[in-house]
Each structure stands twice: as structure tokens, then as C-alpha cells.
Design a protein. Structure first.
Length: 237
């Protein structure tokens, strides 16, 4: 008789303002990619916090009266990824890993039964460069993550990551053993709608109170208490 698959804990990290900050490089590269692809400067600001790249670029194009065709979006994504690869040194100089991020990732990567990846609105290639710039990529299984090009809606990324992780690790993953750690209300909404526990970190522009208001089950001021983080991830509820 087949044995039950081993119990796993799927940990889905948000990237921007949870693990790293780009120090303005992210905005600069977005503007450059937009200008290269459309031939026009960015004139209208789009809300980017907690949203996916597909949603952001489609809205930006529409605001500039440009039809967001698949071809144009694909060109934009390719250009943005290329710019990040080219500018990794600038990113390293101007950006930073957030306090506690490296230790938390290192410790959780070494914790039995924890599958650690990212759930981010960033394109896969961009997320990889952002984490590689600060030597955080070594702790992440990028194969089972969910990224900006996988779906326009962040909540739909939870199922994408869960399917990939289940296929790769043979794990039974449910709301009980899937955790999102992020800094925005959108991360917490994605957790609830996608079927995961939401842990809010007030390292971005949202306070712990705001994150609780958006449905965070647990909030933290930062990632410095690694022991508590491990306990939160391993807890089944
Ligand atoms: Mg974020």
C-alpha cells in the first residue's frame, strides 16, 4: 500500500519590501523598459504595490492610450528582464536585503520539511536577479515559485505555486501548510483568496494594524526573530 506523502510546509515569500528593496532601481528600470518598448516616456503613474507585472504593464499601457497586446507585453517583459540582468551591480549598490532576511532564509532552508520559494508579482527573471544581487537566491527553489507572468491576479498565483510544489515534492499542500509572508494588503488578500495563511511584515508601507485589517493572521515588525518565524511556518492551523 502506498504510504502517505511526507508532510511538508510550503513557504511563499513576497520579494519587494519583504526580503529586499531596490532603492529606486526598480522604478528606473520599469520606466526605461516602457520607453524602449513604446517609444514614449512614462507620463501616468500606476499603482504597483502588491500587484503583478502583467497587471501593472497592461494598466500602464492603457493609461497611455496604447493597446496592451500580447506581443507588446511580451516585448516589455523581455526588455525588463534584460535590463535587470544588465543592472545587477547597480541594484547591489543602491538596494539592500532587509534586516533579518538572509538569516531567516538560511535557517528556513535548513529546516526539515520546509519548501521555500517565492510568490511575487515580479517576473521570474527579475525576481531571480533581485535575490541574486543580495545572495539570497541560494535559499529559494525557483522551480516551484509563482511569478508575475503566471497570472495577472496575485491570488491565482497561490494555486500555481502549490501545484508546482506538490508535483515536485509529492506533498499534500493545503491552507494548513501553506504560508505567505508579505508586506502588503494584497499579499494578505492573496493568502485568503488563494487558500494560505497570511503573515504580514510591516517592512513596507503598511503598518501591522493595516496588515491585520487586510486579514493577516500574524504580523511582525521585521524578520529579525528567526526562531519565531520557524515556529510560525511549522505551526499547523
Ligand atoms: Mg512586497
Amino acid at each position: 500500500m502506498a504510504k502517505d506523502p511526507p508532510d511538508r510546509h510550503l513557504l511563499l515569500w513576497d520579494v519587494d519590501h519583504t526580503l529586499i528593496e531596490t532603492g529606486g532601481i526598480g522604478t528606473a528600470l520599469y520606466q526605461t523598459a516602457f520607453e524602449i518598448v513604446t517609444g514614449r516616456p512614462v507620463e501616468h503613474r500606476v499603482e504597483i504595490t502588491g500587484r503583478t507585472e502583467l497587471a501593472i504593464v497592461a494598466e500602464a499601457l492603457r493609461l497611455h492610450d496604447i493597446e496592451p497586446s500580447d506581443v507588446l507585453i511580451e516585448r516589455y517583459c523581455g526588455e525588463l528582464a534584460r535590463l535587470y540582468v544588465e543592472n545587477i551591480d547597480r541594484l547591489r549598490e543602491r538596494g539592500r536585503a532587509l534586516p533579518g532576511a538572509a538569516d531567516a532564509l538560511h535557517t528556513l532552508a535548513g529546516t526539515a520539511h520546509v519548501v521555500q520559494t517565492v510568490l511575487t508579482g515580479n517576473l521570474r527573471a527579475v525576481a531571480l536577479v533581485k535575490l541574486r544581487a543580495f545572495r539570497l537566491d541560494q535559499y529559494i527553489d525557483f522551480e516551484v515559485g509563482a511569478f508575475g507572468e503566471d497570472a495577472p491576479e496575485r491570488a491565482h498565483l497561490v494555486a500555481v505555486a502549490r501545484q508546482r510544489a506538490a508535483a515536485s515534492y509529492g506533498a499534500r499542500l493545503t491552507r494548513m501548510n501553506t504560508v505567505i509572508i508579505g508586506d502588503t494588503a494584497n499579499d494578505m488578500i492573496a493568502a485568503h483568496e488563494g487558500g494560505a495563511r497570511g503573515v504580514g511584515v510591516a517592512s513596507g508601507s503598511s503598518s501591522e494594524e493595516e496588515l491585520r485589517g487586510a486579514g493577516a493572521e500574524i504580523t511582525l515588525s521585521d524578520l529579525l526573530d528567526t526562531t519565531r518565524l520557524v515556529e510560525i511556518v511549522l505551526r499547523h492551523r
